[in-house]
Structure formats: structure tokens, C-alpha cells
Design a protein around this ligand. Sequence first.
Ligand SMILES: Cc1cc2nc3c(=O)[nH]c(=O)nc-3n(C[C@H](O)[C@H](O)[C@H](O)COP(=O)(O)OP(=O)(O)OC[C@H]3O[C@@H](n4cnc5c(N)ncnc54)[C@H](O)[C@@H]3O)c2cc1C
Length: 377
Amino acid sequence: MGRLQQTVFERNVPARSVVDHALARTRQAVFWQDDLGTPDRYPRLSASARADVVVVGGGCTGLWTALGIKQRDPGARVLLLEGRSVGWAASGRDTGLVTAPLGHENLAAMDVAVTGLGLDCGWERTGVVDLAVEPHQIDQLQDAAVAAAVAGVPHTYLDRAKVRAEIASPTYEAGLVRPGGGALVDPARLAAELARAASALGVEIFEETRAVRLAVPARGAVALRTTSPAGEASVRAERVVLGTGAFPPLLRRHRRQAAAVYEHAVATEPLDAGLLAALGWRGRQGLADAAHRYRLTDDDRIVFGGYAVRPAGGRMSRAHENQPETARRLAEHLLTTFPQLEGVRLTHRWAAATARGVRTGPDRLAQPGALGPGRDT
Ligand SMILES: Cc1cc2nc3c(=O)[nH]c(=O)nc-3n(C[C@H](O)[C@H](O)[C@H](O)COP(=O)(O)OP(=O)(O)OC[C@H]3O[C@@H](n4cnc5c(N)ncnc54)[C@H](O)[C@@H]3O)c2cc1C
């Protein structure tokens, strides 16, 4: 690759010995699961059922949807079917940086829900700083600043000197601070808490219950077949919401609309006060450059995520979650971003599948499909 095409991370690769040291004791484990305790578990579906709405998938898409339906229509019978356990997939493993790239309505609604329902999920309205790490990205950030001004969104544009004074990285070329544009959350606790709140409102959650077949007739109820260790069952409902993320879609027509891509993350050990001071970062904002999202945790670790890898052949497999060479690349990028971390260990590395494709939204969330009689087949 020619020098001009290289990124800042390729031009400034940390010394091999520094990366080796950082990774010497790294476990393949999801950091967020260490302190999760024993979240509530839900039964398997063992008998056929009838509902107004059935939600397939117990990630953040399915859980927020089921909760929202029940809040709007407390009398509705809402079933949520999860093939394993709620939050086990991408939703419980992500970086936990909630951003509002297009509008603040979603983020504000999450804020109201988290506070109103008393969800214990490490929610912090820190805001976010979008970063340019290449000179050619400065224009994009300036355009974003103009768009924010037009939309009346509070923001501050920081040039190279100012952004480095705020957060001490030699890679930063410019920054756009959006104080209302982001929040931090512990994603595994959020999923567990959403399930608890949804269940308390009357959503009937079933775990280890996989939907295996979906029929959406032109008239009449939607029909789902399910399987679980308790046996097979069927569910009939007026509406079905598909929140199955990167997993194989239940409808053939969705198969070409999204592909599974594995996103990776690493976590450092807790940083001491001296190291934190060397980084600046006093506002604890979520940080995002074109390839990475990273944030501080409650106990002052850095969780650094990014690096999407599309598996060969496109098939999902738990084996794709264990990629030491991708974790090494992330470790290099983290150390290039913050050379001050030389000597710090990475404690965890993990990955999960997310959906990418024509039907993905601005946050790369797979768009849930809301289907009902006569509206889709
Ligand atoms: C390392 C990493 C970092 C990330 N960082 C961020 C970030 O900082 N900010 C951000 O906004 N996003 C981030 N993401 C992306 C984000 O995690 C995903 O977009 C989001 O979690 C997708 O949620 P979901 O509910 O659609 O899918 P999932 O969380 O994948 O949930 C889908 C669920 O559906 C279930 N399911 C599938 N098929 C069936 C079936 N047939 N029957 C029953 N159940 C079924 C699965 O078991 C699974 O639990 C990151 C992702 C990763 C992996």
C-alpha cells in the first residue's frame, strides 16, 4: 500500500514489544458480563399461545420495542421470544456508546425511559466528541458543525490544538463536541434491566425459545412455530416484530438485505489517576473516529471498539468471535491513539455479529420489520 493511502494507525504502529505486553494476559471474555451477577431468567415457551404482538429477538431492538408497545397499550398481550437469553448477543457486548447522529429525539426518549423506569445500567449523559484523525476528515467535521448549527444542536468545533488540549491524543486533527449528543451505558445491564422492566409491565418473555418458521397470510393472524428444550409450540398474533439482528432472517425476502459483520472490542485494566490526568478527557465523553468508538467505564477502564470483519462466506459462527489478530489490531490502534498507555494491560477482548446492509439504520441497527396481515408476505 502506498504511503499516501496509509491511515494514521498504519503510519504510527506501536513497538511490537509494547503491544505484546498489553496483550500478554488478555482473556477472550465480554467485560460487561464480569459484574452482571445473576440477571432474571425467563421460562421457555412450552404451550401454544395467542398474542396481539409477538416480538422475535431479545436484543435492544426487541426489548425496547416490546417495552414501548406495552407502555403505549397496556392492555395488549405482548410476547417476546428469545432463542438464547436476553442480551447475550451484540446488544450485551457493544461499546455502550449511545450516539444521536441525526437527531436527539431517540436519545432523549432513552434518557426519559432509563430515568423514569429506574434502569440500573450505568447511564451517563456525557456527550460525545467526533474526531478527525486524518487531514481529509477535517472538512467532514466542519460540515457536521455547520449542519449542527443549522439544526440548532449545541456543539463546539475544536481545531487541532484545542482538541488535543481537551483529550491528549497525537492522532487528533480536529474534534466536534456535542454535549447533548451521546450517553454511556453498560450494555449488558441495560438489556437485563429492559427485560426486567418489560416483564414488570406485563410483556411475557420466553428464553431458549427460537422462532423457526413464520407465516404471514394475506388475511388473519400471523403464525410462528417455535422450538425450545421444552418442546415445539405455535404462536398466533396480529402483528410480529422481527428484532433478530444479524441472525438468519425468518423471511426469505430479508435474506439479501443485510449481512453479518463481526465487530470487536477490547478493555484495558482500570487506569490510575496519574494516567487519567495524562489523557485529559475530564468530561468522560464518548469518543468516535471513523473506525472506532471508545469510552471510559465506571472503574476507569477504556473500552475500545471497532474493526468490523465480514466473515468469509458470510456465515455466522461463534468461532468468528475469537480472533486474536483482530484484537491485536485494535490494541495497536488504541496505543497509537494514546501512547500514554504503554505498560497498561488489556484484560478482555470480545466480538459479536451485527447486521450491515441496505436495511440498516443510521446507528447501523438492523431495522426491525413490523409485519401484519396484508402488509407483507
Ligand atoms: C463490539 C461492538 C461494539 C459496538 N459498539 C456500539 C456502540 O458503541 N454504539 C452503538 O450504537 N452500537 C454499537 N454496536 C452495535 C450494536 O450492538 C448493535 O447494532 C445492536 O446491539 C443490535 O441489536 P439487535 O437487538 O438488533 O440485535 P442483537 O443484539 O444481535 O439481538 C438479536 C437477538 O435475536 C435473537 N434471535 C435471532 N433469531 C432468533 C429467532 N429465530 N428466534 C428467537 N430469537 C432470535 C438472538 O438470539 C439475539 O439475542 C456494537 C456492536 C459490537 C459487537
